[in-house]
Design a protein around this ligand. Structure first.
Ligand SMILES: Cc1cc2nc3c(=O)[nH]c(=O)nc-3n(C[C@H](O)[C@H](O)[C@H](O)COP(=O)(O)O)c2cc1C
Length: 460
């Protein structure tokens, strides 16, 4: 792994060796590294110490505010927006807030244990970095920075099909923690070649994103005149001029582009029937709506675990489990696709009940704190991924800000567990407040979460 600045703080393995006999650790021991990708470090005057960040930016909402001032408007709108009136996005966060726990007292000292196992791999923390397309447009070099951070922390990083940088460019920064996210390509030769490249680059887990059956309208992005490929208009240039650090970073890393898709657009354009221009090719190549056969073909072509992302229905999750899909990723794409979707957290209990206690469930959409991560795990998730939060951190302070996000989440999980007097996030299930009891063990039935009355979907 490329670490120009040199590693000064312990990597992911170190916290384990310093844990007490019961597997507990202190927050200080698992604080993420300061910064590991020098080109994206903020200028010296912005390089605050950890203590300063903790005091001035203790929450992800603080980083969000600062990021908004440092990212050009069009890129900010891309990151922060959802679709329609953004009610699904709001619902994701509001429903998480409704998951309550009974505080635990008189339990003595309890050392938190955040370690977990997912798909046969051990992780020191129960969260990771979700795939975000055009990540490098949000903050220059984001893909490499986040990959290096994930590697250092020992948590998964999902590289999107529509990232700004190629798997070959990102892979030197991520040794063991790479997941590759596939948008279902129409052309099966293209799919096979992408999978081959991702595998050759060392990405060991494949994530098939299935929740884009139609283009979403994403009105905020339209108002920001965000097109692909981007047209450099005077308005865009003016926005860039107002964000000098972003502009300089972009000069270093190159114009944000869908580099992987461009490779194939060029190839197909050279075929005898290649009559479309590259933009239309790009849409054509990317845009197919997968079915169960498509999933089976993809599974057959990937030597390793396949996760399906965008699962919101218990029946789908059960069928996936029975088809050998390694894990279901419960997500509504954070409200970016469908403004009438239930919140992801509200469907978690019924999906867990349907698939049983052992089938791996990954969760995302709306998590903004360590408490949210514990909430999702209490309602049935095994692991939580976050998209926007890490990008708010990047936008606020570059690599250091992304590391600070991991630190905030970790510290908050430890504090949350402490309030309940439990060691592991999964133990929080037993502390769900009375109206939201999730069965702590044994046969899983649909628990009364109190959320179901309002937003549980009807399932076949
Ligand atoms: C700007 C942006 C771009 C995204 N691009 C992708 C993508 O390329 N592929 C994908 O599977 N999901 C994509 N997602 C969804 C994320 O993987 C993840 O589901 C979502 O961000 C989780 O919600 P959160 O941002 O509230 O944590 C994107 C999300 C955002 C915010």
């Amino acid at each position: 792994m490329f670490i120009p600045g040199g590693a000064t703080l312990p990597g992911p393995q170190a916290p384990r060796s310093t844990q007490g006999g019961a597997g507990g650790f202190s927050v200080a021991q698992i604080s993420p590294p300061e910064a590991d990708y020098r080109p994206c470090q903020p200028p010296r005057r912005l390089q605050k110490t950890r203590m300063d960040l903790d005091l001035d930016y203790p929450a992800i909402s603080d980083l969000r505010k600062r990021a908004k001032k440092r990212i050009p408007h069009f890129a900010w709108e891309y990151l922060d927006s959802a679709t329609g009136e953004e009610t699904t996005k709001t619902r994701n966060e509001a429903d998480l807030d409704r998951v309550l726990f009974t505080p635990g007292i008189l339990r003595g000292e309890v050392a938190a244990d955040l370690r977990t196992t997912l798909l046969g791999r051990d992780y020191p923390l129960p969260f990771g970095i979700a795939p975000v397309g055009m990540s490098g447009m949000i903050w220059p070099g984001a893909e490499m920075t986040l990959a290096a951070l994930a590697e250092r922390l020992g948590i998964p990083y999902g590289l999107s099909t529509v990232a700004c940088h190629l798997p070959e460019t990102v892979s030197p920064h991520i040794d063991k923690q790479g997941w590759f996210q596939l948008y279902p390509t129409r052309d099966t030769d293209v799919r096979r070649d992408i999978l081959r490249r991702a595998k050759d680059c060392g990405f060991h887990t494949l994530v098939l994103t299935a929740d884009i059956p139609a283009a979403a309208r994403r009105e905020r992005q339209r108002r920001a005149h965000l097109n692909q490929p981007m047209k450099v208009t005077p308005g865009i240039l003016a926005q860039v001029a107002m964000r000098p650090e972003w502009a300089l970073g972009t000069l270093r890393h190159g114009r944000p582009r869908l580099r992987l898709m461009e490779d194939y657009a060029r190839t197909l354009a050279n075929r005898p029937d290649g009559s479309l221009d590259s933009t239309k090719h790009m849409g054509y190549l990317l845009r197919t709506v997968p079915d169960w056969d498509y999933l089976a073909e993809t599974q057959a072509e990937w030597d390793g675990p396949v996760i399906v992302k965008g699962v919101m229905d218990p029946g789908d999750a059960v069928r996936m489990r029975d088809c050998g899909v390694a894990a279901a990723w419960v997500s509504n794409h954070s409200g970016r696709q469908f403004d009438a979707s239930p919140s992801s957290v509200s469907v978690l209990p019924s999906i867990r009940a349907a698939v049983g206690p052992d089938y791996p469930l990954i969760f995302d959409s709306g998590s903004r704190s360590g408490l949210d991560i514990v909430r999702a795990i209490a309602l049935g998730a095994d692991f939580v991924m976050l998209g926007r939060a890490f990008h708010y951190g990047l936008g606020a302070f570059g690599a250091k800000g992304a590391a600070h996000v991991a630190h905030i989440l970790t510290e908050d999980i430890v504090s949350t567990l402490g309030q309940m007097g439990v060691r592991r996030p999964v133990d929080a299930r037993a502390c769900l407040a009375p109206s939201q009891v999730f069965p702590p063990a044994g046969p899983f039935s649909v628990p009364d979460t109190g959320l179901q009355n309002t937003s549980m979907p009807k399932t076949a």
